[in-house]
Write a protein that binds this ligand. Structure first.
Ligand code: ADE
Length: 316
């Protein structure tokens, strides 16, 4: 990375749009109300993770972090999320933040000055700067875990035909893509990154979430899940799950994980942590698939045949 400009402290008030702005119950406003009442506000620990998001469209993100798990995490003071409008750092009466690409071509390119200025204001001394772009390294659970271990993330949402390359050279630590497809901008990707990171911040969700994440890092897809009723529209919950035998349940789940991964994401199997029993099971599945009688083993069926819909005539 190139030399950084002078780091300015955290989010500037003027450039910040509190994500829950205008909401009665936003985490920030609750604290202010108590302070004004003259009552002592409860001591808050420093949030475990601070996330600054830089965007040209703060409105897209405003409601995304004000619901459910993320809203609770913010209320508990575990995560501090701030959304900043890059246009605030653009110059001129019209605050133009994009321009035509040198060399010609479609789309507009985000100008370097307002983006770099926004980054420099948000990152402070400890901000790890992530640019969201379809040209970035692919996000996976291991990368999410590395991001979640950092105390402060600055996430930059690209737009239009891209971001001037000098932004990356001067002020970005890593470029991340959330998948091999092109979005209109980095904002939906920012929601994905923040959600995935937040789930790994201690205290945000229970143990089960990090266990799930661990199982993904194990390299296998999750097994199917069922809840009551035991029979629904003629489909019965697998016997192993009804058996009450913990060891049998665990064996069934592992086999299902292996089978799903083998058919849906064989690329993951190559990197998965497999036991001798896993390898035996996979061998069995392969032999079942190769068997001439009885049709393909379960492992071959990815596009599941659907049971007929009640009342459906089969015609469209
Ligand atoms: N911006 C546009 N497409 C994107 C993608 N796939 N990931 C991250 N940011 C993006």
């Amino acid at each position: 990375m190139g030399k950084r400009g002078t780091a300015v402290g955290g989010g500037r008030k003027g450039a910040e749009t509190g994500v829950a702005k205008g909401r009665k119950a936003s985490p920030g406003s609750a604290q202010i109300t108590r302070a004004r009442c003259g009552k002592k506000a409860p001591a808050r620990a420093r949030p475990r993770v601070r996330i600054d998001i830089l965007t040209l469209f703060p409105g897209i993100l405003d409601s995304a972090f004000s619901h459910s798990l993320l809203a609770k995490a913010r209320e508990k003071g575990l995560i501090d999320i701030r959304v900043h409008d890059i246009r605030e750092e653009a110059e001129g009466r019209h605050r133009v933040a994009d321009d035509a690409p040198y060399g010609g071509g479609d789309g507009m390119v985000m100008k370097p000055e307002p983006v770099v200025r926004s980054i420099e204001k948000a990152r402070g001394d400890d901000g790890h700067v992530v640019l969201l772009s379809p040209a970035g390294a692919l996000l996976d659970q291991a990368r999410v875990r590395r991001l979640a271990a950092r105390p402060h993330l600055v996430i930059v949402c690209g737009r239009y035909g891209g971001v001037d390359e000098r932004v990356s050279r001067l002020a970005v630590d890593e470029e991340i893509s959330i998948g091999d497809y092109v979005l209109g901008g980095g904002e939906p990707a920012a929601i994905v990154v923040v959600d995935a990171v937040a789930r790994l911040v201690p205290g945000v969700v229970g143990n089960e979430a990090s266990t799930l994440a661990d199982s993904f890092e194990d390299g296998l897809l999750e097994h199917p899940q069922y809840t009551r009723p035991a029979v629904y529209r003629g489909l019965r919950v697998p016997e192993a799950l009804l058996s009450g035998n913990h060891a049998e349940v665990e064996r069934w789940r592992r086999r299902q994980s292996l089978s799903r991964t083998r058919t849906r994401r064989p690329d993951l199997l190559a990197k998965a942590k497999l036991s001798d029993e896993d390898r035996r099971n996979l061998g069995e599945m392969a032999r079942e698939d190769a068997a001439p009688e009885g049709g393909p083993g379960q492992g071959m069926v990815y596009k599941k045949p659907r049971p007929p819909r009640p009342g459906a005539s089969g015609k469209r």
